[in-house]
Ligand binder design. Sequence first.
Ligand code: SF4
Ligand code: SF4
Ligand code: SF4
Length: 287
Amino acid sequence: MNLLHPFRRATQFFGLIITNVYVAVIYQNQIYTGLFKSVCLPFLYCHSCPTAAFACPLGVMQHYSAIHQFPFFLVGHLMIVGLLVGRMVCGWVCPVGLFQEMVYKIKSVKIDIPYYWGVLPWIMLIIFIIILPFLTTEHWFSKLCPVGTVTAGIPWILWNPINPTTGAPTIEPGSVGWLFALKLAILGVVLWLFVVSKRPFCQYICPMGLFWSFFNKVSIMKLKVDDGCTECNLCQKKCPEGMKVYEDPNMKDCIRCLECTDCKHIKLVSALPQRELALKKTTRGGK
Ligand code: SF4
Ligand code: SF4
Ligand code: SF4
């Protein structure tokens, strides 16, 4: 049995747990604002979620746009991760990736999203992460992000505890209006896309995915397909993103999940020095 697949699931669930460890919110009725809230994990989650313990990198980028500064430390540490493993955090830790893979298992008509949707992450990054926060000081991506709607907007509205600092309900009466309706509409469309298409949020919306996509070709860890490939496309069927890995093993949308390495012709290799990793052997229990 290939232990790589259950191990990847385990690390994805670990990503879900680590971003939601602030269970004290149940009796404190307030979002965590301690030391860890100034630390970013390198993937997408909402830092306004009641149980969130860390800051979302996209939220921090918007904050820096709003105060007209560049997030050198954040971008620097993300670049180090990218240069080491490329887009691997998307395949191994991000809970939004896990959720999309689970929802795609729902039986339904599946569709191919037109390639030109690939411009959307650029729009999200340039307009909603940089320009609009820069001009208005508002965090526009976070305002509309469907991940935020699921993990922060809806839970807070349903729970609406009394804030111990102000003595008032967390959500003021009458404050839920057209913006929340718009968020729900976006969420509905995105959830439908999750069912009918492979990881659409990662491929066509997430600016973090766009950021990571620049590193697959330059990272130390790389995928390699050898000459024995017969183009049978079994790897494409297993791939959470539907990629033909033999066309370009280090293409930008590859999340380095390694699901395709079931095929003996695909290996994860290190560029420094050039030798195949023992990962495949060890995860197969030496088989
Ligand atoms: S591209 Fe997908 S897996 Fe990567 S950070 Fe964004 S939502 Fe998560
Ligand atoms: S890499 Fe392997 S699974 Fe993929 S097409 Fe080639 S032979 Fe088939
Ligand atoms: S090409 Fe392989 S490593 Fe890349 S996303 Fe597809 S299955 Fe995962």
